[in-house]
Design a protein around this ligand. Structure first.
Ligand code: ZN
Length: 498
């Protein structure tokens, strides 16, 4: 085989995989936006076939030969191609260990699980979801062995979302945060809470849609390449760096839910749209890890979006969209309201201070579920006990308890810690950004171009070209979670006069 021919085959193979994924993503987009309720079954069949075809395409012996050949000539490859071969060899070896029938069965199961979880959540009935969750856990334990049999199952799963991160690392990370956050939260709870009642006034969906358009403009999201839709749960879906979709959900009695969903998903979109052109349709297109992805969304959502300069910049415009609702509210009051810290039940609505405690509950449960020390039937009880222990709240029902998140029904075990890691990475990125550029002057004028450029240069453009740990190092330096704890202490200390 000639090197030139091998490179052409490599590019074609990756384009095919892109096409399968684009087809599956389109079905997902359809399922969550316009498809009628009773249509999951047929889509499940199609998704199962697509997953099976992708598996077949990528696990064929010729692919192994091609990758081995290219690896043997790695010194002649450009850095970018060499990285592709390295990554593909990794996933090829992993995929080869997963039997095709199990792979397909799992795709069908997660599609079914999504439907069952929705119904169970609506009815707040864990028993309805339990049998499916049992199957999902069993599959994940088995898959963990395929991913990396030398690791403990949960470590192998964690490694899929954030390479290099394991339970030993996270136990230490979470312990550091817990030690600093819990006393800070107690001090905050002693103080008078800010008034946030105006956030719950009536904010018509129509005006909120216009507000979303405005926020996308402020974020610098080009509508020719990024649209916004409406779904039950907000998400970001990327096809390539010229086609990203974000979604939100409008609650008319809650203005900040959609506002911060748009900014959060917008942060994910900025990442995908900023990845270099020459990585497109290869395995290096797309964010490098879930932790780094969440660092970007949460950077825009919290570090920028929940800062006083940003709120002061957009507040005059907000008053145009919501003149009556915000007539008697100042930017400073709004800032205090969207930063109100209090123990609560729902992770996605949690404030920046308590958010990581929500993540820790899920981490402890997953660790035990995948480790085999917790039975699925005992999840609700454990969930409720940990919420009491970490956040001091009583969980009234499973809908607001262990059925609230979609991750497990989607087969994601080991994803949650990425949110906390992302938050901590972000705080350190901000510290470095402040050293390099004037962050707050432009932000206070509603100009995020400097922030965008810094993140684009340090993180976005690389896609998967570097290892996640190297991307983190590039933007953060030596990762140190105490920087995040310092940030929280400073911010909430000032907000609550501690
Ligand atoms: Zn996110």
């Amino acid at each position: 085989m000639e090197l030139k021919e091998a490179l052409a085959r490599l590019a074609e193979l990756q384009k095919k995989r892109y096409a399968y994924r684009a087809a599956s993503s389109s079905l997902y987009l359809d399922a969550t936006t316009t498809a009628p309720k009773g249509t999951a079954e047929g889509r499940g069949v199609a998704l199962g076939v697509l997953a099976g075809e992708e598996h077949k395409l990528f696990s064929a012996p010729e692919v192994g030969e091609l990758l081995d050949f290219l690896w043997s000539r790695r010194d002649e490859l450009e850095h970018c191609v060499r990285r592709q071969v390295e990554e593909l060899r990794r996933s090829y070896a992993q995929l080869k260990r997963i039997p095709a029938d199990e792979y397909m069965e799992y795709a069908i199961l997660t599609n079914e699980a999504d439907d069952v979880w929705h119904r169970a959540k609506e009815a707040s009935d864990f028993e309805l979801f339990r049998p499916v969750l049992e199957k999902l856990v069993a599959f994940n334990i088995k898959f963990a062995g395929y991913y990396d049999a030398s690791k403990a199952p949960y470590d192998a799963l964690l490694n899929e979302y954030e390479r290099g991160v394991d339970m030993a690392y996270l136990d230490k990370f979470f312990a550091t945060l817990r030690e600093r956050i819990i006393p800070l939260l107690h001090a905050v709870m002693e103080k008078e809470p800010p008034d946030d009642s105006f956030l719950r006034r009536h904010y018509p969906a129509g005006a909120q849609r216009k507000f979303s358009d405005y926020l996308m403009e402020v974020l610098g999201l080009d509508r020719a390449h990024c649209t916004i839709g409406e779904t039950e749960h907000p998400y970001t879906l990327d096809f390539n760096n010229k086609d990203v979709r974000i979604t939100t959900h409008y609650y008319e009695d809650n203005v900040d839910f959609s506002m911060y969903s748009v900014i959060h998903e917008g942060g994910h979109a900025k990442y995908e749209l900023g990845i270099a052109d020459d990585l497109q349709y290869t395995c290096l297109a797309g964010g490098v890890s879930m932790g780094v992805h969440e660092s970007q969304s949460r950077f825009y959502e919290n570090l920028i979006g929940r800062s006083l300069p940003f709120i002061q910049a957009i507040f005059p415009k907000m008053k145009e969209f919501f003149p009556e609702q915000l007539a008697d509210v100042t930017a400073e009051q709004f800032y205090r309201a969207v930063n109100k810290a209090q123990p609560s039940l729902i992770r996605t609505e949690a404030d920046e201070l308590t958010y990581c405690l929500h993540v820790m509950v899920r981490y402890e449960i997953e660790k035990q579920l995948i480790g085999g020390t917790l039975a699925v039937k005992d999840v609700p009880e454990t969930w409720n006990r940990l919420y009491k222990e970490y956040l001091g709240v009583d969980v009234p029902d499973d809908k607001r308890g262990c059925l609230q998140d979609s991750h497990w029904s989607g087969g994601s075990f080991g994803y949650f810690p990425s949110y906390a890691l992302g938050s901590a990475y972000g705080a350190q990125m901000l510290k470095n950004m402040e050293r390099d550029i004037d962050v707050w002057g432009p932000v206070s004028r509603g100009d995020l171009s400097g922030v965008s450029a810094w993140l684009g240069e340090k993180i976005h453009k690389y896609g998967g070209l570097m290892e996640p740990a190297d991307v983190v190092k590039n933007a953060c330096g030596q990762f140190d979670p105490t920087v995040f704890a310092d940030y929280l202490e400073k911010k909430y200390g000032a907000l609550y006069g501690l």
